[in-house]
Design a binder for this molecule. Structure first.
Ligand code: NAD
Length: 254
């Protein structure tokens, strides 16, 4: 890897990717960018709107990622349709806005089931499928909330902390099989993730992002670009990293 490669326009060309939460927001941008760069993609989401992404080389899968058997089904679909699995992006995530004293056990467990447990199950099945190939990459969509606390979102911050630690630990186990596992600590991105918890979700995120040193929230494509890099051989020395992509939010002192 000592030669300098001036241009790798199709860094994921010919790879097979599975992206969760691909019907909207960051996941949709990831699925479309990987596909545009030549990957074959299985796009998994419980929202039937994911079917709108269907095109040659991009197969939608309507599924709740937290259900028993969902991870096995999604990985099997990638292998059946495209012959192998090279890239897993655990992107699907949900949030709840409640003080700990008001949160039910069911509230807590639903957030962990989607954000942490389903990611673990998809990692497990993906690694099993990748091991015979002695290659593969996993990118987990974590958050600056993996490290930082915000009142009313304890279930979410705990789940994203778990995802960051899953990333680091699995990275140590998987690298001996040639599989790299990394995550992105995403800052504010203008999506609909807050639609069930605030009146104008995208507007709230756009406004909140102005507090970052960069002065704005991100667009989903800006996160998708980092996924494409981490999933490619260009990131060949990255193992167990949680790369911050937050406009400087977590490095500023004031
Ligand atoms: P989004 O709501 O636009 O997209 C999330 C997608 O996940 C939706 O299409 C939804 O249908 C799907 N999903 C939810 N639960 C599912 C389930 N059980 N099974 C299958 N699909 C399911 O939100 P987004 O902002 O694009 O979020 C993507 C990821 O980015 C999440 O993990 C989120 O925590 C993370 N993130 C977002 C921000 C932000 O500011 N938007 C910040 C940090 C991290």
């Amino acid at each position: 890897m000592t030669d300098i490669t001036p241009n790798i326009p199709h860094e994921v060309e010919g790879k097979v990717a599975l992206v969760t939460g691909a019907a909207s927001g960051i996941g949709k941008a990831i699925a479309l960018l990987l596909h545009a760069r030549g990957a074959m993609v299985v796009a998994e989401d419980l929202n039937p709107g994911v079917e709108d992404l269907a095109r040659p080389g991009l197969v939608p899968l309507i599924a709740d990622i937290s259900e028993d058997g969902a991870a096995e089904q999604a990985v099997s679909l990638a292998v059946e349709r495209f012959g192998r699995l090279d890239i897993l992006v655990n992107n699907a995530g949900i949030i709840i806005n409640k003080l700990v004293v008001d949160m039910t056990r069911e509230d807590w467990e639903r957030i962990q089931a989607v954000n942490a447990t389903a990611a673990f199950l998809h990692c497990r099945e993906a690694v099993k499928a990748m091991m015979p190939n002695k290659s593969g990459t996993i990118v987990n969509i974590a958050s600056y909330a993996s490290y930082f606390a915000f009142p009313t979102i304890a279930a979410y911050t705990a789940s994203k902390g778990a995802l960051a630690q899953l990333t680091r630990t699995l990275a140590l186990e998987a690298i001996e099989h040639g599989i790299r596992v990394n995550a992105i600590g995403v800052g504010d991105v203008v999506t609909n993730i807050l639609d069930d918890v605030v009146e104008d979700g995208p507007g709230f995120l756009a406004k909140h992002g102005e507090a970052a040193p960069i002065g704005r929230a991100a667009q989903p494509q800006e996160i998708a670009e980092i996924v494409a890099f981490l999933a490619s051989d260009r990131a060949s020395f990255m193992v167990g990293s949680v790369v911050m992509a937050d406009g400087g939010m977590t490095v500023t002192a004031g």
